[in-house]
Design a protein around this ligand. Structure first.
Ligand SMILES: Cc1cc2nc3c(=O)[nH]c(=O)nc-3n(C[C@@H](O)[C@H](O)[C@H](O)COP(=O)(O)OP(=O)(O)OC[C@H]3O[C@@H](n4cnc5c(N)ncnc54)[C@H](O)[C@@H]3O)c2cc1C
Length: 291
């Protein structure tokens, strides 16, 4: 199928893009076009029928990876592959670096953007899960100016976020953890490059005696949105993370998630798989912190 007819705009600045979205009129179905890896297929299948398409791919302000010391700011329009290959990301955001190779294929990552994945808000997507686990901050521009939103509360439901139709996600600030830290990311997908059936992301910090001082743990594909697991985090902090406390902490995972069945995996399968993936992610995090 071919997309329904639409008006196409390619602004050069963020201000111009915001004005185009704001001026579209109340009846317009206005959409931002970033990498097009999700939106264009949806348009071709007529699952999305925007009348007013604002292409942000040539806006220089939305590009780039900036090391700000205690956080790394990534322009929303930065291609996923550029972030995957970036040395600052590898050094300061190892959890994001570990997750990115699981996002689709080289070809989709060459076009797909960091911000596009977050704005889409798929519950199985890797980048939103990492943003939630690291408690990233989203910098958003719209007709009312600029605002910042924490990842917590941003993902509201299946493919639903706190972004208004006339808002643009401009940048994502990922906090950088200091001290002795380690992370792990695992997922199960039907084939490499497919969306995950279940995924798990974990990052920990240890003190000089090897005691866990901080833990951030989350799962994808286990609820209508990516899910952080504070109960698991609380069970880890203050402990020396040998196999026993990790096993004890992950035993609570099935009771904390609310997965749905799909053609690829039942809710029961997801509930069974999730604690194992969290356990693997935590073991990797521990090994990385100890290395
Ligand atoms: C074969 C294939 C496999 C894939 N596998 C995976 C996978 O395993 N994991 C995964 O996470 N993704 C996967 N994807 C999707 C991923 O490639 C997309 O990059 C991502 O979902 C959307 O990013 P995009 O830049 O292409 O956004 P687009 O498709 O351009 O836009 C997606 C949505 O976000 C909105 N949007 C985009 N950018 C902004 C912004 N800055 N501000 C406000 N709104 C915005 C658009 O209006 C649209 O509604 C796959 C895609 C394909 C084709």
């Amino acid at each position: 199928m071919k997309p329904a007819a639409f008006d196409y705009f390619r602004p050069a600045t963020l201000a111009e893009a915001c004005a185009l979205l704001a001026g579209a009129g109340d009846d317009a179905d206005r959409r931002v076009l970033a990498g097009g890896q999700s939106l264009v297929p949806m348009m071709a299948m007529r699952l999305a029928r925007p009348t007013h398409l604002v292409d942000i791919s040539r806006i220089a302000e939305l590009q780039g990876i900036r090391d700000r010391g205690d956080h790394v700011e990534i322009g929303a329009g930065t291609r996923q592959r550029a972030v995957e290959k970036d040395p600052v990301t590898a050094r300061k955001l190892p959890l994001l670096a570990a997750a990115l190779p699981h996002v689709g294929h080289h070809q989709t990552r060459n076009r797909g953007t960091i911000g596009g994945s977050i704005a889409l808000g798929d519950a199985s997507a890797e980048i939103p899960l990492v943003a939630l686990v690291l408690n990233a901050t989203f910098v958003i521009h719209g007709r009312n100016g600029r605002r910042e939103a924490p990842a917590k509360g941003f993902f509201e439901g299946p493919m639903m976020t706190a972004l208004a139709p006339d808002e643009i996600l401009a940048a994502i600030r990922f906090p950088v953890w200091s001290g002795v830290t380690g992370c792990g990311f695992h997922e199960i997908a039907p084939r490499r490059g497919d969306y995950a059936l279940v995924s798990a992301a974990a990052q920990i910090a240890l003190d000089a005696d090897g005691i866990c001082t901080r833990a951030a743990v989350g799962v994808g594909g286990c609820a209508p949105t990516p899910l952080r697991l504070p109960a698991v985090e609380d069970a880890l902090v203050g402990k020396r993370l040998t196999d026993a406390p990790i096993a004890e902490a992950v035993a609570s995972v099935p009771g904390l998630i609310d997965p749905e069945s799909s053609t690829h995996a039942s809710d029961a399968y997801r509930r069974r798989a999730a604690p194992h993936l969290v356990q693997r992610a935590l073991r990797d995090a521990l090994a990385a912190a100890a290395a």
